[in-house]
Design a protein around this ligand. Structure first.
Ligand code: SF4
Ligand code: SF4
Ligand code: SF4
Ligand code: FES
Length: 948
């Protein structure tokens, strides 16, 4: 398998529809107007020498290597910055050009360390290539004069080096940081000979604003910015295209390998979700896959007080199956169940739900989407008819007004966050509804037109107040509503939102948002052109999560912002495959494709295919399983790739439920928190060790490809299959493509999907069937999936979680860029250098009232429990609101979250907890011990301490 080298066309593609024809080196070529001569030449296979140009960024024209001659024009213009003109006649190879290019290369090489043979970029260096391409044989200037070749290295970033002596000051890194990533961390300092690339104000990379996305490293044509893994391991020799296993953006990467060793992950330019960009997690934080703490052998124990005993796979599977059978015989068919993983592939989640429905004989299956986006499924299905976002990511390029609700894209969905920043810097307007001043509210060259800092728990009131303005000020797109929506439902809704008690003025007192801002934001969204709503867990993880999703859908329908590019309702899904796990039938009431288990026709179809009778009543959701366990009715659970003890609310209740079970089976990479209560541990496999598919937030189905053998012996789907066979329900898949074929056979929205299609197209967005053989980038074009769009009234019901004298502050939670969810993977990489611990953000006024200073230890107490962590004083949060992340088990933030949940879906109310914050002496004993375990884990990750 060769190393995949993507073609670099030198400058970005022009989107113009008009075409221009010109002649290059005697050949006629037609290209879109606005194309550079350099790119036009590539179309006929002519690569003009270049150094500062690359097709990921706008042309810059600094290196003067790409000169061409144009008939009828004086001089030798740069082909990267010169657009094509009709009838133009261009020569790319003439004696004059050859001489000029050689002269340019001589200057570069005379100030470059000539250590090519030992350089880490040898064979992968554009400077080297260009020297060869222009035929450079000697350097007339010698190497004696003033030069930069003794400049040192910046090794501060754990993942890449900056070897200053090799820099040719082409500015590709600076432009990558500006244009692709949007962080603006780099600059060229000094002038002329003294020009140098500088992170921030002559800082190191680590101390600058750099967020370690890797765009500059990828853009650098020399070894100046180079991955440390390449320096240590050597140049990769083959690559395989696969999909990131962290977040719902679904970035495509080339896993670049030496044998079975991963050298680096390089974002794939053909990846339709990321278009060649990445964030720190997908790009660099893959070391957990080979971390020494990974459990590679199955283990069992009779009770959770005993030590684990390593056993063979045969024994582990036989033991698990016999326990599940014993328990079902003793306590009944419904006494067992399972949880699918949104980190695993579609094929793996499909198999787990199939095992439960067909092998266990009940519908007790649920997934972690229960605790994040289950309200999205409910809300969008109720209003539009489909449980998924409406757009592709490219759509944002045509958006005029971006409305972000309860989402922090630059931290939680960073690659899409960068694309959004790009659009905002081009002039799109911005409204942010969030209790916290997230980065996008104010960042270089971006300032939200309106930030509506809601009091946690009042989203429904604000969203309905926006609707109030739109309806009462006559801003409804009546033509759209009349044509595509249920008009009676609209009338009923319009009357409801028009009531005075829904007005911005009426809700200001409890939402905390100025009425004038709500009015102005509503006008902007309704009249500012294409309006697109992006929302996240700040919408769903509430007792009224489903109502908020419905309120968002109502806004989009009322303003006609649905069914074309640039508009829509877009949930930013959290985990890499949370969309897929929902699509694959992970909920207790739905078969794959969101079809209710009580639908006889659908069930009969599955019964015929699976060869067993299936239950027609919904099974237990995760909270019901735990409740039933505490009550003694639910006795065994199979948990694949999910740490419910750390990620689910009210940790005490979760641990009580798990402790009450007779057989807890955890299948995971590491001994997670849930495994403390497990009787069987089945080692899981990473995304690098298996074939399959993930589905991202755009409904995009993308291939995951195996690049190394499973270190534990089996891919996760094979383990489920072994268990199913041992349970007496046979499964005989030899490859995940066969599982996808079955999914396609049984799921109308997937009926056109196959691995062959994915191989040909790269990726497709469901629905993919006869009506849309290449998938559906945008949904609800020319009508809603459910028929007519359904407006639903959204009565605001305050949460039962109330502040009062004992708990006067509201806690809300979120994520940070460098860490991921419960941190099981990212904490086992150098990413922890950016975020070593969870801290509590508190407004300086609230801190002062309590005698708390920055970095002080504080006790965070709610009605459910207490924990301690350090305080960070910041005006990002409003007075009365505190905020923290939940990446580190030492903080155990979910000890203090409550049992309140969404009325429709049981999604926990993570975003609203009444708390008190008081000074503390420091972490509790168990936190100290746990912290030391974590520090040790990091030392092992950094290879400074052996695992044993
Ligand atoms: S790694 Fe990313 S954020 Fe850091 S300097 Fe490079 S492009 Fe900018
Ligand atoms: S660090 Fe690399 S990309 Fe940046 S200016 Fe130097 S050579 Fe160019
Ligand atoms: S944005 Fe998400 S999918 Fe993309 S590299 Fe980062 S974590 Fe992976
Ligand atoms: S590639 Fe055109 S000026 Fe550098």
């Amino acid at each position: 398998m060769p190393l995949i080298r993507e073609i670099d066309y030198g400058t970005p593609a022009s989107k113009a529809e008009a075409s221009v024809t010109l002649t290059i080196d005697g050949q006629s070529v037609s290209v879109p107007a606005g194309t550079s001569i350099m790119r036009a030449a590539m179309e006929i296979g002519t690569q003009i020498p270049k150094l500062c140009a690359t097709d990921m960024m706008e042309a810059f024209g600094s290196c003067r290597l790409c000169l061409v001659e144009i008939e009828g024009r004086a001089g030798t213009p740069a082909s990267c910055t010169t657009p094509v003109v009709e009838g133009m006649v261009v020569h790319t190879q003439t004696p004059k050009l050859a001489k000029l290019r050689k002269g340019v290369m001589e200057l570069y090489i005379s100030d470059h360390p000539l250590d090519c043979l030992t350089c880490s970029a040898n064979g992968d260096c554009e400077l080297q290539d260009m020297a060869g391409q222009v035929g450079l044989r000697d350097v007339r200037y010698g190497y004696e004069g003033e030069s930069h070749i003794h400049e040192g290295k910046d090794e501060s970033n754990p993942y890449f080096t900056y070897e200053k002596s090799k820099c040719i000051v082409c500015s590709r890194c600076v432009r990558a940081c500006d244009e692709v990533q949007g962080t603006l961390a780099l600059t060229i300092s000094g002038r002329g000979f003294n020009s140098r690339v500088s992170p921030g104000q002559s800082e190191t990379f680590m101390s600058s604003e750099c967020v370690s996305c890797g765009a500059c490293v990828q853009a650098c044509p020399t070894a100046t910015l180079n991955e440390k893994a390449v320096i240590e391991i050597g140049a990769p020799e083959h690559s395989v295209v696969t999909t990131c296993a962290y977040c719902g953006v679904g970035c495509a990467f080339k896993a670049e390998m030496r044998g079975e060793e991963l050298v680096r992950m390089v974002p794939y330019k053909d990846g339709k979700a990321n278009r060649g960009h990445s964030c720190i997690k997908g790009r660099f934080a893959w070391g957990y896959a080979t971390h020494k703490e990974r459990i590679l052998k199955p283990m069992i124990r009779a009770s959770i007080d005993e030590l684990w005993r390593e056993v063979s796979w045969e024994e582990a599977i036989a033991h698990t199956a016999s326990e599940f059978k014993r328990i079902q015989e003793k306590y009944g068919r419904s006494s067992v169940g399972g949880i699918t993983s949104s980190r695993c592939t579609d094929e793996e989640t499909y198999l787990v739900q199939k095992l439960i429905r067909a092998g266990f004989g009940n519908n007790n299956v649920d997934t972690c989407a229960r605790v994040c986006h289950s309200p999205t499924g409910y809300g969008l299905k109720t209003t539009f008819g489909t449980s998924a976002g409406t757009q592709d990511f490219d759509s944002v390029e045509d958006t005029d007004v971006v409305l972000i609700v309860g989402a922090n894209p630059t931290d939680a969905h960073p690659v899409f966050g960068s694309r959004m920043k790009h659009r905002l810097r081009q002039g799109a307007r911005l409204i942010v509804i969030d209790p916290r001043k997230t980065e996008l509210v104010r960042t270089p060259h971006i300032e939200a037109d309106y930030h509506l800092p809601t009091r946690p728990g009042t989203n429904v009131a604000i969203l309905t107040a926006l609707a109030h303005v739109i309806v009462t000020e006559g801003l409804v797109d009546q033509e759209f509503v009349d044509k595509y929506c249920d008009v009676d439902a609209f009338q009923h809704w319009a009357e409801f939102v028009s009531q005075p008690e829904r007005s911005p003025e009426a809700v200001e007192a409890y939402t905390g948002v100025k009425a004038a801002d709500v009015r102005a934001a509503a006008r902007l969204y309704a009249t500012g052109g294409n309006g697109a709503i992006y929302y996240g867990l700040g919408v769903t993880e509430h007792s009224q999560g489903s109502t908020s999703v419905i309120a968002i859908a109502n806004l989009a329908m009322a303003t006609g912002n649905i069914g074309r590019r640039g508009v829509g309702v877009n949930p930013l899904r959290g985990q890499n495959n949370v969309q897929g796990s929902c699509d694959m039938g992970s909920f207790p009431h739905e078969f794959p494709g969101y079809r209710h288990v009580s639908d006889d026709k659908v069930r009969e179809q599955f019964e015929a295919d699976w060869g067993v009778a299936l239950q027609n009543d919904p099974g237990f959701r995760i909270p019901n399983m735990l409740d039933a366990a505490v009550e003694g009715e639910f006795k065994a659970i199979y948990v694949q790739g999910e740490d419910i003890l750390q990620s689910d609310p009210n940790t005490k209740h979760v641990s009580a439920g798990l402790a009450a079970m007779e057989c807890v089976v955890v299948q995971d990479l590491f001994l997670n928190e849930t495994a403390n209560y497990a009787h069987v541990f089945l080692p899981g496999s990473t995304f690098l060790e298996k074939d399959g598919t993930f589905i991202n937030a755009e409904r995009r189905i993308q291939r995951v490809r195996k690049v190394m053998s499973p270190k534990n012996g089996y891919a996760d789907w094979e383990i489920t299959q072994l268990l199913s066979n041992a349970m007496g329900y046979p499964m005989h898949y030899s490859h995940p493509s066969e599982i996808m074929d079955e999914i396609a056979r049984l799921t109308p929205t997937f009926s056109g999907v196959s691995y062959d299609l994915l191989e040909r197209e790269g990726s497709v967005q469901w629905p993919c069937n006869d009506k849309a053989p290449l998938g559906s980038p945008i949904m609800h074009i020319g009508g809603f999936v459910r028929g007519k769009g359904n407006f639903v009234v959204t009565e605001y019901v305050p949460t039962d979680e109330k502040t009062g004298p004992r708990y006067p502050l509201l806690l809300t939670t979120g994520r940070i860029l460098s860490q991921y969810n419960v941190g099981a993977q990212t904490r086992r990489t150098a990413n922890s250098m950016w975020h070593e611990e969870d801290v509590l953000e508190i407004h300086p006024h609230d801190a002062e009232d309590r005698g708390i200073k920055d970095r002080d230890w504080v006790k965070l107490q709610s009605r459910a429990g207490a924990t301690t962590l350090r305080a960070k004083l910041t005006e990002r949060v409003a007075p009365g609101v505190v905020y923290t992340t939940f990446h580190h088990p030492t903080a155990q933030v979910n000890v203090i979250t409550t049992d309140y949940s969404d009325w429709a879906t049981n999604c926990p109310e993570y975003k609203v907890t009444a708390v008190q914050v008081t000074p503390s002496n420091g972490p509790t004993n168990w936190q100290e011990q746990y912290g030391e375990l974590q520090r040790r884990s990091r030392r092992i990750a950094a290879n400074v301490e052996p695992a044993e």
